[in-house]
Design a protein around this ligand. Structure first.
Ligand code: NAD
Length: 343
């Protein structure tokens, strides 16, 4: 029997509670030893506690250092700041790991197996923005500042390189725009090349590519890549692009890894258009739970979960509407739990 592992559970907004119920049913069927502390955030936090990131939620993650999180709603334009970004900052979740693996064969891109590692705390994404007033227009000019540090780049690149070695990746590609943003993304590129020369040479092949060329190459021939490592904004875009290669956001898990905690989530949002209809695809959150099991060194359970997902989708052909099937979330969950229990 595995030791009990305390972990924070945030079901999230929109379809969050539906896909979280499915994921908890699968983890229960596996006998995963998580002892959940259920908390709220996002719109749920605002409605129930007047705060998109209540102190009790932060305290819980501070205690457990481990969380499984459903999607959290963020208003566009005004309103409150993204709870996801605040969680990354609060727990220094500097690495975002986004694996993209083909599970359903025969799509436009087959046999994809690549990982995007995105810097999660720096770059143009940090939201240091302001307007400049000219004449009577207070919003005549919009400005943003990006910040990349050598230390921040180095810890992310080190994490990516270590992950590449640990998981047997053959090639790592640093994605940048150092031809134009010579300082902002040049520092990331230089730090990566230097770190590779000093500590990782011979352990895997290192390549570099400019972001725009990378986007084209991913569409023409994604199989040429194995692991992509990049700065925050480029990583944000590329990781959705690679999710598209394997069937869309419904199949894409993400792990946010930091010094003080690790938070696992589906990459998609709260899907307000289908919330409460019982048709959401829980696969991305299930795959995030598999990453969480990996993180806790419960590798056998992670493998059983991934195999059960694969069998449910490909052998039993039970699929939700976004994958062209007819199953609702509950029917999919029932089939998955039966696969986990009966093999
Ligand atoms: P979304 O990912 O919620 O939805 C995009 C489209 O994909 C919708 O048509 C939706 O129905 C569909 N979809 C998404 N997940 C699905 C699933 N599991 N099964 C079936 N279909 C699915 O993106 P959005 O509409 O741009 O964002 C909605 C809200 O989610 C926003 O408030 C946004 O800020 C938030 N969001 C949160 C996170 C997060 O918490 N990590 C990530 C992205 C967006």
């Amino acid at each position: 029997m595995s030791q009990p592992i305390p972990a924070t559970l945030i079901p999230g907004d929109g379809i969050g509670p539906e896909i979280m119920d499915a994921t908890l049913a699968a983890l229960d069927a596996l006998g995963a030893p998580f002892v959940w502390d259920r908390q709220i955030a996002g719109l749920g936090g605002v409605q129930l506690a007047g705060d998109p990131l209540p102190a009790a939620t932060l305290d819980s993650i501070r205690r457990t250092r481990l969380a499984l999180k459903g999607p959290l709603e963020t208003p566009t334009g005004g309103g409150y700041r993204s709870s996801n970004v605040r969680l990354r900052e609060e727990f220094q979740l500097y690495a975002n790991l986004r694996p993209a693996l083909t599970i359903i064969p025969g799509g436009r891109f087959d046999k994809i197996d690549l990982v995007v590692v995105r810097e999660n705390l720096e770059g143009l994404y940090i939201g240091h923005e302001h307007y400049v007033k000219i004449d009577n227009d207070p919003h005549a000019v919009a400005m943003a500042t990006g910040i990349n540090t050598r230390a921040g780049s180095r810890r992310l690149l080190q994490y990516a390189f270590e992950h590449a070695v640990a998981t047997g990746r053959k090639k790592v590609t640093i994605v940048h725009k150092a031809n134009i943003m010579k300082a902002l993304t040049g520092i990331f590129l230089e730090t990566g090349l230097d770190l590779y020369e000093r500590e990782y040479k011979g352990k895997f092949e290192l390549d570099t590519v400019i972001i725009d060329a990378c986007a084209m190459k991913l569409v023409l021939n994604p199989w040429q890549f194995d692991m992509l490592v990049t700065t925050n904004l480029f990583g944000d875009i590329l990781s959705d692009l690679v999710a598209g290669l394997v069937g869309g956001l419904g199949m894409a898990p993400g792990a946010n890894i930091g010094k003080d905690a690790a938070i696992f989530e589906a990459v998609h949002g709260s899907a307000p258009d289908i919330a409460g209809k019982g048709i959401a695809n829980p696969t991305a959150l299930l795959l995030a739970a598999a990453l969480m099991l990996d993180h806790c060194q419960l590798t056998d359970m992670a493998t059983r979960l991934r195999r059960a997902i694969d069998d449910t989708l490909n052998v039993d052909k039970v699929r939700t509407g976004d994958l062209g099937g007819k199953a609702g979330t509950a029917e999919f969950t029932k089939a998955l739990v039966s696969r986990i229990t009966n093999g």
